[in-house]
Design a protein around this ligand. Structure first.
Ligand code: KG4
Ligand code: ZN
Length: 343
């Protein structure tokens, strides 16, 4: 049995896991920083990297104590080194390199976006490749042709905000806590998703593989303060009754989900590939899961979507490192962090 220690610090979760070559999870720890970033309504990169520094060693220690496995017993150390926040990536990378040297074990690089898609394979125990891969998170909203687990070709993505970012910003306008996705989902249950007809951008351009969420975000802002006004929407929202906030949240969520489902369907209709894998934090959204499952079923396309706990950032999805381990794709200590997406 091969055991790999996986480390994830791309954004604001400090996570580590011990996984096997059979994709068994021996230990899994995620230390979230949500509470710290809540007061700013989004992740503050400088805060994130400092907190990673404090949390990384206790988190790694915990996976060993949780599993009873000794550090000397592992076969490799894998770390997400792209894409992500530069300072955050560097904390995980430094920890992984230090352990690789101290334990004399090979070092493996993880592409965080590929790992989000690989979460589908871990949870289903079925090989979904080749497939189309939809990644919807706080930093990304993109569709890839996933040739295999580690060879991705970018087909298109958002031209402005990522969908998770739109959820976070709209939540801030409505005085709902960070992260915005879960807060909006919770309050939307009590609202009417058809109360406001917010825009579904770019669905009128079926040949274009692009997403856009800034128009939707602006529409929510205008709903609160009126067009062209510089007033703080959160101040207006504070005066509104709870049922009105719920209606705005539900209508926003419905529009965001319609954009995601509508555009994905347009891409799938034109593609020869009829299998879709979805990963990333926003894929945890219940309304999205309902609507995408319904659309895929109706069109007889095959859908893989990770369970919600594997959609948001975690180190279990770092089990993608198994694929590189089997091919002997190891890195030297020169391995760098790459904040941007490599196409
Ligand atoms: O994948 P992730 O944990 O981190 C990134 O790589 O960005 O995604 C975090 C994003 C946040 O923007 C959060 O608001 C969003 O995913 N998110 C959700 C839900 N849960 C998390 N968005 C909509 N509905 C949810 N239930
Ligand atoms: Zn992520």
């Amino acid at each position: 049995m091969t055991i790999i220690l996986t480390i994830e610090t791309t954004c604001d979760e400090t996570a580590a896991a011990l996984v096997t070559d059979e994709l068994k999870v021996l230990a899994d720890v995620v230390a979230s920083q949500d509470k710290l970033h809540e007061r700013y309504g989004g992740v503050v990169p400088e805060v994130a990297s400092r907190v990673h520094l404090e949390q990384i060693l206790p988190v790694i220690d915990s996976v060993f104590s949780q599993s009873g496995i000794k550090a000397e017993e592992i076969d490799a150390i894998a770390v997400a080194n792209m894409p992500g926040l530069a300072g955050s990536l560097l904390v995980g990378l430094s920890a992984a390199k230090s352990l690789a040297v101290a334990l004399e074990k090979p070092l493996i690089a993880i592409n965080h976006l590929q790992a989000h898609i690989y979460a589908c394979k871990i949870s289903s125990h079925e090989d979904p490749f080749p497939c189309l891969g939809l990644i919807i998170s706080g930093g990304h909203t993109s569709i890839y042709h996933c040739v295999n687990s580690i060879e991705f070709v970018l087909l298109g993505g958002t031209i402005d905000d990522a969908v998770g970012e739109a959820f976070d910003k709209v939540a801030a306008m409505l005085n709902l806590p960070y992260p915005g996705g879960p807060s909006i989902q919770k309050i939307a249950v009590k609202g009417n998703p058809h109360a406001y007809n917010f825009p579904r951008s770019l669905l009128n351009e079926p040949d274009r593989i692009s997403f856009s969420f800034s128009g939707l975000k602006t529409a929510v802002r205008y709903k609160l303060v009126g067009p062209g006004k510089v007033n703080d929407p959160a101040k207006t929202a504070a005066q509104l009754p709870p049922n009105e906030i719920a209606d705005i949240a539900a209508s926003f969520q419905e529009a965001a989900v319609d954009i995601l489902v509508g555009k994905t369907l347009q891409v799938m209709k034109k593609s020869e590939i009829k299998t879709l894998c979805i990963g990333g934090g926003a894929a945890a959204n219940k309304r999205f899961r309902e609507k995408i499952s319904e659309a895929m079923q109706k069109n007889k396309y095959k859908l893989f979507i990770a369970p919600p706990n594997l959609c948001t950032d975690n180190a279990i999805m770092g089990a993608i490192a198994v694929e590189r381990y089997k091919k002997g794709l190891f890195e030297s200590l020169e391995l760098d962090a790459f904040p941007g997406v490599i196409r």
